[in-house]
Design a protein around this ligand. Structure first.
Ligand code: NDP
Length: 491
């Protein structure tokens, strides 16, 4: 037995969050036109931490998607687009406040269905989701000021497809700006994490949002595909894999529909030799182990200056040994469950490729639960740029560490990727931060921090990480058309 395992003196006692605040239905329908619609087919959604079945959920087919789009069109033409902007804002404020009031319930359900630690869903996902509704509520009646001399108008019905890593937060990123701009929406949650989107329908009821303004259709990729190909959808907003994003872009080419894509990433977290090492270690850990690494902007490639490689990696390994992996509902858990069996398989395949290609693997001693989907925090050293683990998005708690000697080499290696979503820079010198940030091809560059989000700040990528921005003023633009623009969409 290793020393770490033998010494249990300061072990945390279990601190499970109670599940009793969540009332699960046995089965959920599709939320169409403000009513529950019976789906023709259903599937079982589970807890990835225990594989326990949680509920039956609808698998929406083309007819269901058609009904949702029709409801959204009717709500758009009938009242929502013509509503006084200050009235629209009222609904958004109500939704934001209700999310705050019911935050604990949503946080528990998010961790239950998705596997992320409760301290993250409680302290990050929920506050940020509410903040997005507050922020965009503020813009709803100020669009003329936001885009002076451009006469902004809503585009119509938005089809929105979101992934499983931040189910409620991605819903907020998509729905809040669309509604603030006067559009109506049909949203498809990810197959493995539909429950918080379905609970959100109850918030819409409480907020008395007019029927049909928001429609939620659950199901797998086929439901997403039906939404993309529906002729009466004016704009698609997609967050997910680059592969599916490319397929959607090909399908929409020439149709005149609007499109924004927020896809994968392989972000570099660059640590220069003058960086405060302990802080950098915390930033590296937050960058890759937050949400089990299921984060499109995760700092999955560590670029460390050669002269400090050894002390930094030693500190990082020690820190990894203190991460608590396990029950997502335990308030002390740092790393929760992998979201699905399929995702676990993908992580295992890429980690095996890393070992085969000659990188050196390190995993701290940690006991993984027997039931459910789990992967230990992992660091690879001796990684070459050509290795798959340095090129492909692993989307799991796996860090690939590479070294550099000069700032120029750091920038060149950081940009040596098909992606361009985010990056991190750790150094004491402000001038070096600016020099590096100007040369990085990434939508977001964090300096001496990582994974910081704010509704006022635009987020999005370059290259294969997609196009269009979410958040901030930029996030409103894809949901508006402007008088005089060449393309006239919808309504
Ligand atoms: P997908 O891109 O398949 O999933 C994203 C969303 O798109 C889900 O709602 C999915 O539905 C839906 N979808 C799937 N196929 C289609 C289609 N043909 N047309 C329209 N919508 C579709 O990602 P995966 O869940 O399969 O994850 C695979 C990899 O993608 C991960 O390992 C990770 O590397 C990356 N990824 C990146 C994300 C990001 O935030 N950038 C988020 C999620 C994954 P359903 O869930 O039912 O399949």
């Amino acid at each position: 037995m290793t020393e770490e395992l033998a010494f249990r003196g300061f072990e945390y006692a279990p601190a499970p969050e109670s599940r009793s605040i969540v009332r699960l239905e046995d089965a959920y329908g599709l939320f169409v036109g403000g009513r529950w619609r019976e789906p023709a087919e259903t599937y079982t959604t589970i807890s990835p931490a225990s594989e326990e079945p949680l509920a039956q959920v609808g698998q929406a087919g083309p007819e269901d998607v058609g009904a949702a789009v029709a409801a959204a069109r009717e709500a758009f033409a009938g009242q929502w687009s013509a509503l006084r902007p200050a009235e629209r804002a009222k609904y958004l404020y109500r939704i934001a406040r209700l999310l705050q009031e019911r935050a604990r319930e949503f946080a528990v359900l998010e961790s239950l269905n998705g596997g992320k630690p409760i301290k993250e869903s409680r302290d990050v996902d929920l506050p940020l989701a509410a903040a997005h509704f507050f922020y965009y509520a503020g813009w709803a009646d100020k669009l003329e000021y936001a885009f002076p001399n451009r006469r902004p108008r809503p585009i119509g019905v938005a089809g929105q497809i979101i992934p499983w890593n931040f189910p409620l937060l991605m819903l907020a990123w998509k729905i809040a700006p669309a509604l603030a701009a006067g559009n109506t929406v049909v949203l498809k949650p990810a197959e493995t994490t539909p429950l918080t989107a379905l609970l959100f329908c109850d918030v819409l009821r409480q907020a008395e949002l007019p029927r049909g303004v928001v429609n939620i259709v659950t199901g797998d990729g086929r439901t997403g595909a039906a939404l993309v190909s529906h002729p009466d959808v004016d704009k698609i907003a997609f967050t997910g894999s680059t592969e599916v994003g490319k397929a959607i872009q090909r399908e929409l080419a020439g149709t005149g529909k609007g499109l924004t894509l927020e896809l994968g990433g392989k972000a570099a977290n660059i640590v220069f030799d003058d960086a405060p090492l302990d802080q950098a270690v915390e930033g590296i850990v937050n960058g890759i182990f937050f949400n089990q690494g299921h984060v499109c902007c995760a700092g999955s490639r560590l670029l460390v200056q050669e002269s400090i490689q050894q002390p930094l990696i030693d500190k990082l390994k020690r820190r990894l040994g203190t991460l608590r992996v396990g029950d997502p509902l335990d308030k002390n858990t740092d790393v929760g469950a992998i979201n699905s069996a399929a995702q676990l398989q993908r992580i295992e395949e890429l980690v095996a490729a890393g070992e085969q290609e000659g990188a050196e693997i390190y995993q701290p001693p940690c006991r993984l639960p027997e039931q459910g989907y789990w992967f230990a925090p992992t660091v690879f050293t001796n990684v070459a740029q050509s290795h798959r683990i340095a090129q492909e998005e692993i989307f799991g708690p796996v860090l690939s560490a590479l070294t550099f000697r000069t700032p120029e080499e750091a920038v060149e290696k950081a940009n040596n990727t098909a992606y361009g979503l985010s990056a991190g820079v750790w150094t004491e010198k402000g001038s070096r931060i600016l020099w590096t940030a100007q040369r990085l091809r990434a939508g977001v560059v964090w300096a001496n921090t990582f994974n910081r989000f704010d509704p006022t700040s635009p987020f999005g990528g370059y290259k294969e990480s997609g196009f269009g921005r979410e958040g901030g003023l930029h996030g409103l633009e894809p949901y508006l058309r402007f008088d005089g623009d060449a393309t006239e969409w919808g309504g």
